[in-house]
Design a protein around this ligand. Structure first.
Ligand SMILES: [Zn+2]
Length: 235
């Protein structure tokens, strides 16, 4: 059904009252309608709640804008816990990413590059930063904890900062850690290495962490202070 240019999903159900909802991310409107209620009554109900629907839709759009980066000059981006102003320059030469002066993150990209290709370039840069930062940390911590993984790698994960498979002795670290202060990467690595000694987050695990890194709870709070896509990330 269309009401004043708004597409409405109408679902007839054996319910008592008409119920209207607006869903993210696009602000889709859905009306659950008692079986006996006719279309004209639905139309009137939608019109009477139009200001509320528009408000909800605007809020969803604002939310989407905030979380989505377009990788254009002027945007704020983070690297190792510091904020940089993105500067996108077009080049016919090699594409690259580098830190420039005080607080600039410069990307040299092909003319007319898409958001996706700029994103790939930036992710590759973040990845190479982590690939350089992790080995010295492993050299430091493996002797302290007395274990080392058989395999570690970086990947993008939606809800976890790191994961460990103690049986396969495999550790994955979230690419997003490149945006966080360096102690966060160190904490997640120590956390995952500790899982090679203790698989679950039990008292033994916490006691081990307290021994290795007494301030781990503070670092964890920093890590979760400004989550990028989720409210409470885990390790
Ligand atoms: Zn864990």
């Amino acid at each position: 059904m269309s009401v004043v240019g708004l597409d409405i999903d109408v679902v007839r159900k054996p319910i008592k009252y008409l119920h209207l909802s607006v869903y993210p991310p696009e602000g889709r409107v859905r009306v659950s309608v008692p079986v006996h209620v006719d279309d004209e009554a639905v139309r009137l109900a939608v019109i009477s709640r139009l200001p509320w629907i528009r408000r909800k839709q605007a809020a969803f759009r604002a939310q989407a804008r905030q979380s989505r980066r377009e990788l254009v000059s002027g945007e704020a981006h983070y690297y190792l816990g510091r904020r940089y102003r993105l500067e996108v320059r077009e080049t016919r030469g090699r594409q690259s990413v580098r830190l420039r002066g005080a607080g600039y993150l410069t990307m040299n990209v092909r003319p007319g590059s898409t958001i996706e290709s700029r994103e790939r370039l930036l992710h590759a840069w973040y990845r190479s930063a982590l690939v350089e930062l992790v080995p010295p940390l492993l050299d430091t911590w493996a002797p302290v904890i007395g274990v080392s993984p058989d395999f570690w790698a970086i990947k993008r994960m939606r809800t976890r900062w790191g994961t460990c498979n103690p049986t396969a002795r495999r550790i994955w670290l979230n690419l997003e850690l490149a945006k966080k202060p360096p102690e966060c990467l160190e904490y997640v690595l120590v956390h995952e290495l500790t899982h090679l000694l203790e698989a679950s987050h039990n008292e033994r695990f916490k006691a081990l962490m307290d021994g290795f890194m007494p301030a781990w709870r503070t670092v964890r709070a920093t890590l979760n202070a400004a989550p990028l896509a989720h409210e409470a990330w885990e390790c």
